[in-house]
Every structure is written in structure tokens, then in C-alpha cells.
Write a protein that binds this ligand. Structure first.
Ligand SMILES: Cc1cc2nc3c(=O)[nH]c(=O)nc-3n(C[C@H](O)[C@H](O)[C@H](O)COP(=O)(O)O)c2cc1C
Length: 486
């Protein structure tokens, strides 16, 4: 599989094309230092076989925030160096920190915007990014990633809504590129230019008047010209459409652009990779082979392999999917797809991030702070003597309610549904033994079964299968339904 072929990123050799993109864990304290929980979280990704680990956003400055890692002072270097050492000792994965600058936001909903920054402020930001990259290198990281996506300072300069009217301003795309250009210049001066520095930026802002892939292609080209080691594409996640809850600091993933950034379970799989493919093809046509990473609801191994094999992108970012199951790469490589603990995109992790609580996955065992260790020899969960006894409680008015018996040692159940065409999909992953399907079409026949999983990912035997024939809606004549079925 091409997914498991190595890739050289400006001298940083990653063993495969799977990346865990930056994901704030809220595991650090307000002091910004690496602690034991952080070390465990990232060593776990390394053990799971991922090729590139992007450590969660860490601030290049000291501005107040919730729990967040920092790289704003030399005092953080020993802790970061220890983290890197442990990751390198655990696997041949490469590791980079995502470095971030953010502006002030208040509980009142007020927020600082880029037009409020003086030239002195801008010079300071340039210096802070340069110094942070130097510290990343001193800590032993294999490279660094500039966070120029979502709601943060660099992305706000790149934004089509950048309100500045000077040389850093939004009237011309060149103006919007000025800050990141100066940051690359400073990094070059401070590191000699041989330290791989990638950039995460938006393929589409997904806000009114925001930029789309048309600008993103040109931004990508400039970043490639500047020598960016890789380009990692995200979408949305802006303050402009965030829903402000009075008394709380606005969280940029609450509006529509936030939905796009971390697409929930009602979104199709792989909703954004076509943007990354378009940007990659644009770079190629301009003579650049800068590796391009895409992220966004990719968790099916076939999707990941297809995108890489077709040359549409070079690296597959899997955030929530690897949070749910850090062993995803090893399981896919070893032909154990059945054992993957599949993210159900419930976004509990996103909610925990937004409320500054420690980020965990709701599919992990109750109370766990880290993904359970994968024990291949672990016992598969068994049904009790009465079997699964999957049954339909009610079916009608567009809702099917299912119930089944508890399975000993099961920590979750995947609910599978099969439609009349024989397409099987995993509709949800639940810890309880009852589930309702709200996405069925009256007049159709569906088939369901559930499968128990141990906390270790070990699957049990599927339950019995139940068939549901939903009565057609009253506004349709029998001939209409027959025609549809026929
Ligand atoms: C809890 C959480 C924290 C995140 N933190 C960051 C971050 O620090 N930097 C970043 O660029 N993206 C962050 N993201 C966005 C992810 O990197 C990723 O782009 C997004 O979740 C979509 O990918 P997925 O569908 O594979 O989860 C975060 C996402 C989640 C769920």
C-alpha cells in the first residue's frame, strides 16, 4: 500500500503517509509545561505506528489562555526535549510542534483583530515565531509547523476579511501574505533555512466573504516558493461565525465554519480532500512538489489509500480517528481493520476542548485519560447465554428503535445498517444497549446488527440480524412506493 511508503519531507523522512494533525489536549496545566499526561498521549500515537506526529498548538508568546503548551521561553525546552526523546525512542515517527500566535478574546465576546496591531506588535510576532522555531530545533524536534489556520493570528492576516489597509492589509492578496513571508525570512536567518518548517492553512475559510480554494491555491504557491517543507490543509474554524454564549470566551468551532473544520457524524466521509488535491495539482503545474497533507473525516483505510495512491495528496491527516484509536496505522498495516475502534464523530472531544477540559474520546473505557493499550491476545467480548437478542422496539414515523442484551466485557457496540442495495454502514458506536435510527426512509427495508468490542479493540461475534420494513408515508400511493422499490 502506498499509504505505508516512506516520504522525504525536506530532509525529514517519515516512515509512512499517516499524520496525526495538531489536536489540543488540554492536558497541560496553565503553566504551559509538558507533563506526564502529555507524554503518554504522544508516546501512544508513536506506538500506534503513525508516520508524522504534529504536537498540539503551543504558543510562541505568553498571552493568557486556558491550558495550553508553550514554546515562548527557553525554560520550556527541557520538557519538550524529553517529550521528543520519548517519541523517538518509541518509533521511527517524526515529530514537529505546531506553533501558534493568537490575539486576545474576552468573555464579553470582544476580540482583538489584526487591524489593532501596530507595526511594533507585528515585528514582535515575527520575532516570536523565529525564536520558537529555534527552540523547536534545540528541543530535538524534526521540524516545526506554523499554525496559519482557523481563528488565529496568521490565518487572520491571510484572511480575505483582513481589515488592514497598510502593507499587511486585505486589499491585495500580496498584503495578506506579507506577515508569513517575513516570518519565513526570519526563520531562514535564524536557522540557516535547513530546518523543515511546514504550514497549516485553510483551503476554504467557510465564512461569508472568506477566501476559497481560488486564493488557497495562490497562497499555497507562495508558501512553496518560500520553502515551506509541507502544506497541511484544514478548513473553517473561524471567530467570524462563532456562536457567543454570554459569559464565555467565544470558541471558533461553534458556527458553520466550525462544523466544516471538525465535521460531525451527519457529514459524509472525506468532505474536503478535493480542495487539497486541487492545491497540490496547482503546485505541480507550477513546478513544485511540496508535500500536501489533507485532513477531515478520513478514517476508512480505503479512502486514505485511494487519495495517496492516486497522487491527489501526499499525507493523510487523521485527528479524531487517531484519538479514538492510535493503533489505526498498525491495524491497517497488519490487515486488522476489523479491530479498529472507529471514531463516530460525536465531537465530545471538540466540546471538551471548547470548555477547556481534558480531551478524551468517549469511546474509551469510562474514566480513561488515554486510549487503552492494544492487547491482541485479549479475550473477545462474548454475548451471555441468551445471546444478543437484538430486537426492534418500535419502527415508524421515521424512527427505528433497537435494543439488545449486554455483552460481557464489551466496552462499546458498533451499530451496522444494511440498505436494500446491500450497502452496509456503521451508523454509530455506543456504550449503551439501545439505539435509535433517525435517518431512515419510510417505505424501505433495512437490516441491522450490532457488534461488541472490548476496550482493547478486540471484536466479538456480531449479534443476530433484524429486518425492518417501514410502512410508506401516508402521502405516497402504493404504486409510488412500488415504483421506487422496483
Ligand atoms: C479536540 C480537538 C483539538 C484540535 N486542536 C487543533 C490544533 O491545536 N491545531 C489545529 O490546527 N487543529 C486542531 N484541531 C483540528 C484537527 O487537527 C482536524 O483538522 C479536525 O479535527 C478534522 O480532522 P478529523 O476529521 O480527522 O478529526 C483540533 C481538533 C479537535 C477535535
Amino acid at each position: 500500500m502506498k499509504l505505508f511508503e516512506p516520504l522525504n519531507i525536506a530532509g525529514m523522512a517519515i516512515p509512512n503517509r499517516i499524520m496525526v494533525p495538531a489536536m489540543v489536549t488540554r492536558l497541560s496545566g496553565d503553566d504551559g509545561f509538558v507533563n506526564q499526561d502529555i507524554r503518554e498521549r504522544y508516546v501512544r500515537y508513536a506506538q500506534g505506528g503513525v508516520g508524522l506526529i504534529v504536537v498540539e498548538a503551543m504558543a510562541v508568546h505568553d498571552a493568557k489562555s486556558g491550558p495550553l503548551l508553550r514554546i515562548s521561553d527557553d525554560k520550556y525546552i527541557p520538557g519538550l526535549a524529553d517529550l521528543v526523546r520519548r517519541i523517538h525512542d518509541s518509533s521511527d515517527a517524526k515529530v514537529v510542534p505546531q506553533i501558534i500566535h493568537f490575539l486576545k478574546v474576552a468573555k464579553s465576546g470582544w476580540r482583538q483583530t489584526v487591524d489593532m496591531l501596530s507595526h511594533v506588535d507585528i515585528d514582535r510576532i515575527v520575532e516570536e515565531f523565529g525564536n520558537a522555531v529555534v527552540r523547536a530545533r534545540q528541543a530535538g524536534f524534526d521540524g516545526a509547523e506554523l499554525h496559519s489556520a482557523h481563528a488565529y493570528t496568521l490565518a487572520s492576516f491571510l484572511s480575505r476579511t483582513n481589515p488592514r489597509t497598510d502593507e499587511y492589509g486585505g486589499q491585495a492578496l500580496e498584503g495578506r501574505l506579507q506577515l508569513i513571508g517575513r516570518i519565513f525570512e526570519t526563520i531562514r536567518k535564524k536557522t540557516g533555512g535547513d530546518f523543515p518548517v511546514g504550514v497549516r492553512f485553510l483551503a476554504d475559510e467557510f465564512i461569508k466573504d472568506g477566501y476559497t480554494v481560488c486564493d488557497a491555491k495562490v497562497i499555497g504557491l507562495r508558501l512553496a516558493e518560500l520553502g515551506a517543507a509541507y502544506l497541511s490543509l484544514s478548513v473553517g474554524g473561524k471567530f467570524e461565525d462563532a456562536i457567543h454564549v454570554p459569559g464565555h470566551v467565544p470558541y471558533p468551532y461553534t458556527g458553520y465554519s466550525g462544523d466544516r473544520c471538525m465535521p460531525g457524524n451527519w457529514y459524509p466521509n472525506v468532505p474536503h480532500a478535493h480542495f487539497s488535491a486541487e492545491i497540490k495539482s496547482y503546485l505541480t503545474s507550477h513546478g513544485y512538489n511540496t508535500p500536501v497533507a489533507t485532513t477531515g473525516k478520513i478514517s476508512e483505510p480505503d479512502d486514505a489509500e485511494r487519495l495517496v495512491a492516486a497522487g491527489q495528496v501526499d499525507i493523510i491527516g487523521i485527528a479524531r480517528g487517531l484519538l479514538a484509536d492510535p493503533d489505526w496505522p498498525n491495524k491497517v498495516r497488519d490487515g486488522e481493520r476489523e479491530r479498529i475502534i472507529r471514531c463516530d464523530y460525536c465531537n465530545v472531544c471538540k466540546h471538551l476542548d471548547g470548555t477547556h477540559n481534558r480531551v478524551i474520546c468517549s469511546l474509551w473505557p469510562q474514566g480513561a485519560l488515554q486510549a487503552p493499550i492494544d492487547i491482541r491476545s485479549a479475550d473477545a467480548p462474548k454475548w451471555n447465554s441468551d445471546g444478543a437478542a437484538l430486537r426492534v422496539l418500535t419502527a415508524g414515523n421515521g424512527i427505528v428503535a433497537l435494543k439488545w442484551n449486554k455483552s460481557a466485557a464489551a466496552s462499546r457496540y458498533d451499530v451496522h445498517r444494511c440498505d436494500e442495495q446491500g450497502n452496509v454502514s456503521i451508523e454509530d458506536a455506543v456504550k449503551v444497549t439501545r439505539w435509535e435510527d433517525h435517518n431512515v426512509l419510510s417505505g424501505k427495508r433495512y437490516r441491522y446488527y450490532v457488534k461488541p468490542y472490548a476496550a482493547t479493540g478486540q471484536p466479538g461475534v456480531p449479534s443476530n440480524t433484524v429486518f425492518v420494513d417501514l410502512p410508506p408515508p401516508s402521502y405516497m400511493t402504493p404504486s409510488m412506493t412500488a415504483a421506487t422499490i422496483g
